[in-house]
Design a protein around this ligand. Structure first.
Ligand code: AP5
Ligand code: MG
Length: 190
């Protein structure tokens, strides 16, 4: 099993690189942002609660996300491995992921941390916002997302450094160049 956590600020390219990793390595993809957007679109109970947080660029409470992830993970039984995109985002989420995987005789194989400077992140998200229809791709919400990323999510890098699983990647350049850098790191673990 190859379980990859893809990590980075909003707009760092987690979703873009996940698509390429899935094609190359035949992994399943779990993006908590995508799952939440689907729940919001369907108007489920979870979707209604999540909407207020996502619209403000805040994190959805850990218990809700962990519960949601456990259900999605159980739907991926028999998979070659999973790429976790946008999860974990807090220490309790990282601990819950470790527990969930250990209970299924698995673990996180590696964590890829995409580094992109703030101006570039903002430009990418504003550009995407012109056609994405994402309610959080506007300047005010982007700023909140970045603040929350720095205060609550970025410290998780330290957690994965301690676990010996952290790989920093320069997330600037062409999509293909960045993918080559990621592949080098994944290949070490195959
Ligand atoms: P989520 O959907 O995870 O959003 P995010 O982290 O803000 O990140 P994005 O999806 O915006 O960016 P990305 O890194 O995937 O970049 P992308 O590849 O799209 O979360 C949304 C919200 O849901 C959160 O704010 C929170 O409220 C909630 N949530 C989700 N997970 C949660 C959790 N675990 N706990 C609590 N709450 C949670 O690229 C961005 C743009 O740049 C694209 O247009 C792309 O084409 C372009 N691009 C990509 N690579 C390049 C490149 N190399 N050069 C130029 N442009 C590029
Ligand atoms: Mg994404």
């Amino acid at each position: 099993m190859l379980n990859v956590v893809i990590f980075g600020a909003p707009g760092s390219g987690k979703g873009t690189q996940s698509d390429l990793i899935i094609k190359e390595f035949g992994l399943d993809h779990i993006s908590t942002g995508d799952v939440l957007r689907a729940e919001m679109k369907e108007g489920t109970e979870l979707g209604k609660i999540a909407n207020d947080y996502v619209a403000k660029g805040q994190l959805v409470p850990d218990e809700l996300i962990i519960d949601m992830l456990a259900k999605v993970l159980d739907g991926k039984k028999g998979s070659k491995g999973v790429i976790f995109d946008g999860f974990p985002r807090t220490i309790p989420q990282a601990e819950a992921l470790k527990k969930m995987l250990n209970e299924r005789d698995m673990d996180v194989t590696l964590m890829i941390n995409l580094h992109v400077e703030e101006d570039e992140l903002i430009n990418r998200l504003l550009e995407r916002g012109k056609k994405s229809g994402r309610q959080d791709d506007n300047i005010d919400t982007i700023k909140s997302r970045l603040e929350i990323y720095h205060s609550k999510t970025a410290p998780l890098a330290e957690y994965y450094i301690k676990e010996g699983k952290h790989h920093a990647i320069k997330g600037v350049g062409t999509i293909e160049e960045i993918f080559e850098r990621i592949k080098e790191k994944i290949n070490i673990h195959l």
